[in-house]
Design a binder for this molecule. Structure first.
Ligand code: SAH
Ligand code: SF4
Ligand code: F3S
Length: 484
């Protein structure tokens, strides 16, 4: 994949391959083993932790080997066609294990389950159970139905479900960074996007439960939380104060919490807890949010602000509800209020009817912003979306590919430019562990989300902050040494 070079972390990497999740058993075991693999965005990975937690309560133990599992779950993504193709191929690989162990339950969870619903059972004979993102509490019942010889489906979407009371089991965790879902669903109707159909209406999670989860993580030694939502800037929670609870923001009995308030509340958990968030929508990111980021040292100076296109006509038919000037105004506000803030983006090339000139507006937007990172995709038509209904997917594959290659090359230049600018600077790094290549080096991320590698010092452990003087860079990593 051409984009791999530019993927700085796990948060936005929708191309993530399936990863098996392992957890410690909690409570009494039932002797059955669960294998769960996740695809897609961070929200899906976070949901798998909720699923694992629901089943751990029922005594399931996890395994990293699907061949000796009693239940195989695959948590799927529908964002582009190739995400679905990958899942279909993976299901074929489970067929042998199911053949050897006919009692095995094979389940499809997540966005592809929601999109295809019962059709999945017709199309894939191997699959016993299909469960959408809002129905995970029903999993123990659904597994029972399958044990009783039926195939089962629950793809009901909910207007309320936020799993607020379920404390996720942290899977494959380094004990330092954690994802915390703050909302579910999406009410924007970007014309290319399948998410509103697979995840349902937008709803915000109880602010108290978000803060409580972050506090609990901090007490357990975690030092970084990433607040997750498809559009975090539209977070809005209003609710009754629990008896004895401190008021959260303005108001007495009824409290309304917006995203800026929530960021502040999480930042106040501890100055040693780093706060990140994803994804920000250009139409909703306010100066209030930017001032909150600027005010708290522990809210990281890094914003993922997907532009999708630099051309106003294309943005209009994408139904993004902002135009080029609005986006530039938001970039200027970030630069003014949070000097030095890193900015990354998502771009789609070859959207319906896009001309070469309109594509060049995307290129010139990249020249204007000089993004630190970008995730770049060819438009992939998704059944049922507004774009699929209204516009022909009329840009030939070679042109989509050519435009993609052009912006990937451009982004490589700007990523390199941004990395080079860090040489000679001192970065505050949260140590995450040993580097992938050598246990003589530590790795961790800077405030602006760059990966930093430096020699291990006995004085510091993972989970601590160190100052690192950057001496050189590779295409995606800063390399340096600890300075006191
Ligand atoms: N909520 C986030 C995006 C989530 S999907 C936001 O609004 O920015 C992540 C990215 O996948 C999108 O930003 C978009 O760039 C890309 N994407 C979504 N649908 C796509 C499609 N049909 N074809 C190609 N890329 C798509
Ligand atoms: Fe999709 Fe748009 Fe919602 Fe993002 S904001 S999830 S791109 S509909
Ligand atoms: Fe994919 Fe669903 Fe996330 S479609 S990107 S897993 S919300």
């Amino acid at each position: 994949m051409t984009m791999d070079l530019l993927i700085p972390d796990k948060v936005h990497d929708e191309t993530r391959q399936g990863e098996a999740l392992i957890l410690e058993p909690v409570g009494k075991q039932n002797g059955r083993k669960l294998y769960i693999e996740s695809y897609g965005c961070a929200m899906n990975f976070s949901d798998s932790e909720i699923v694992a937690s629901i089943l751990a309560e029922k005594g399931f133990e996890t395994t990293s080997d699907f061949n000796n599992a009693d239940v195989i779950f695959i948590n799927t993504c529908s964002i582009r066609e190739n995400a679905e193709v990958r899942v279909r191929n993976r299901l074929k690989e489970f067929a042998g294990a199911k053949f050897r162990n006919p009692g095995m339950v094979v389940g499809v969870l997540g966005c592809m389950a929601e999109r295809l619903k019962a059709k999945f059972l017709e199309e894939e004979k191997l699959v016993d159970v299909v469960v959408g993102p809002d129905a995970y509490r029903d999993l123990p019942n659904l597994i029972e139905q399958v044990d009783g010889g039926q195939r089962a489906v629950n793809v009901l979407l909910s207007r309320e479900e936020t799993y607020a009371d379920i404390s996720p089991v942290r899977l494959n965790s380094n004990g330092i960074n954690a994802f915390v879902s703050i909302m579910r669903g999406c009410d924007n109707m970007c014309s290319f996007c399948v998410v509103p159909f697979t995840r349902g209406r937008e709803r915000s999670r109880d602010a108290h439960s978000v803060v409580a989860e972050c506090k609990d993580l901090f007490d357990k030694g975690y030092r970084e939380v990433t607040l997750l939502g498809q559009n975090v800037d539209s977070y809005k929670w209003s609710g009754q104060l629990a008896e004895g609870a401190e008021p959260l923001a303005v108001g007495d009995e009824i409290t309304v919490v917006n995203f800026a308030n929530l960021l502040e509340m999480v930042a106040l958990v501890s100055p040693d807890l780093r706060v990140r968030f994803s994804t920000s929508h250009p139409k909703d990111i306010t100066d209030e949010v930017l001032h909150t980021i600027a005010q708290y040292e522990n809210i990281c100076n890094y914003i993922h602000l997907p532009v999708q296109s630099g051309n106003s006509r294309i943005l209009d038919i994408m139904n993004r509800t902002y135009d080029r000037d609005w986006y530039i105004n938001r970039i200027d506000a970030i630069r003014r209020i949070i000097p030095g803030c890193a900015i990354s983006t998502d771009v789609i090339t070859g959207f319906c009817t896009e001309t070469d000139e309109e594509h060049n507006d995307t290129v010139s937007m990249m020249d204007y912003v000089k993004y630190d990172f970008a995730y770049m995709f060819k438009y992939s038509e998704r059944p049922g979306t507004l774009a699929a209904k209204r516009y022909a997917d009329d840009i030939p594959e070679e042109i989509k590919q050519k435009r993609l290659a052009q912006i990937v090359a451009k982004q490589q230049e700007y990523s390199f430019y941004r990395m080079q600018a860090r040489i000679g600077k001192v970065e505050k790094v949260l140590i995450e562990g040993f580097s992938k290549k050598s246990d003589k080096d530590y790795c961790g991320r800077s405030d602006q989300n760059a990966m930093v590698i430096f020699p291990v010092s006995e004085n510091y452990k993972p989970g601590q902050y160190v100052n690192v003087l950057v001496e050189r860079t590779t295409s995606a990593t800063l390399i340096g040494t600890i300075v006191e």
